[in-house]
Design a protein around this ligand. Structure first.
Ligand SMILES: Cc1cc2nc3c(=O)[nH]c(=O)nc-3n(C[C@H](O)[C@H](O)[C@H](O)COP(=O)(O)O)c2cc1C
Length: 203
C-alpha cells in the first residue's frame, strides 16, 4: 500500500540548491530584527541531537557589541604577538577589530556532555548542524550568511573574550546580513556522482 506523500516544497529546494555564502565583509544591513533573530535561533536549535543532550549554545553579537568585542580581540592579538613585525601585527589587529561587520553574528558553541554513551564526535556534529540551520534559516528569511572560524574561534584568549568557557569550543561563527554588492556566482562543486557509491557486499 502506498502512503500519501507530503507535497514538495519548491521554495525550500530552491533555497538549498542555490545557497551561497557571502563573505562577512560584504554583509551589511538590513539584518534580522529581534523577532527574526529569535526565530532564527529556534531554527538553529531544531537539529538532530542524539539523546537530547543539547550539546551547543549560542552567543549573539550585534549592535555596539560588535565594535566593542572587535577592539578587545585586536588588543588580544597585539598582546599575543609581540614578536611580529609591527606593520604586520597592526594589519592583523585591524582585521580583528573589524571581525563583526554583519548586523548579526551568532557564535555556535559546542559543549559536549560528558558521562554519556553518546560520543563527543556525534555531539560536535549536532553543533555543526546548528550552524548549517542558521545558514539555511537565514537564506529562507531572505538574508545572506557565512559560517567561519579562524583565529577568534580557536585562540584561547579570543575564546575567553567571546565568552567560551572550559570544555567548550567554537563550532562556528555565523554572520548574517544582506549582501552589500552583487551576490556571488556559483563556485565549482564536487562531482557528487564520483563521491557516491551504491553499497555492494564486500569481496
Ligand atoms: C567549520 C567551517 C569553518 C569555516 N571557516 C571559514 C573561514 O574561517 N573563512 C572562510 O572564508 N570560510 C570558511 N569556511 C567556508 C565557508 O563557510 C563557505 O563554505 C565557503 O566560503 C564556500 O562558500 P559556499 O558555502 O557558498 O559554498 C568554513 C566552513 C566550515 C564548514
Amino acid at each position: 500500500m502506498n502512503h500519501v506523500r507530503r507535497p514538495a516544497s519548491p521554495d525550500l529546494l530552491a533555497a538549498l540548491e542555490g545557497r551561497r555564502s557571502v563573505s562577512a565583509a560584504a554583509l551589511a544591513a538590513p539584518g534580522p530584527d529581534a523577532d527574526e533573530t529569535s526565530r532564527l535561533l529556534a531554527i538553529a536549535a531544531r537539529v538532530p541531537d542524539h539523546a537530547m543532550l543539547v550539546p551547543w549554545r549560542f552567543i549573539v553579537i550585534e549592535g555596539e557589541a560588535r565594535a566593542e568585542l572587535g577592539a578587545l580581540l585586536a588588543d588580544a592579538y597585539r598582546a599575543g604577538n609581540p614578536q611580529m613585525v609591527p606593520e604586520k601585527r597592526e594589519k592583523f589587529a585591524g582585521i580583528m577589530s573589524r571581525l563583526f561587520p554583519a548586523p548579526l553574528t551568532v557564535v555556535v558553541v559546542s559543549r559536549p556532555v560528558g558521562g554519556t554513551m553518546i560520543p563527543q564526535f556525534e555531539q560536535e556534529l549536532s553543533a555543526g548542524a546548528a550552524c548549517m540551520n542558521l545558514l539555511t534559516g537565514a537564506k529562507a528569511m531572505g538574508f545572506h550568511a557565512i559560517w567561519v572560524t579562524g583565529w577568534a574561534a580557536t585562540h584561547p584568549e579570543a575564546c575567553r573574550l567571546l565568552g567560551v568557557g572550559e570544555g567548550e569550543r567554537v563550532a562556528g561563527i555565523v554572520h548574517v546580513g544582506t549582501a552589500a554588492g552583487e551576490e556571488p556566482g556559483e563556485r565549482p562543486r564536487p562531482d557528487v556522482a564520483a563521491l557516491t557509491t551504491r553499497w555492494a557486499p564486500p569481496d
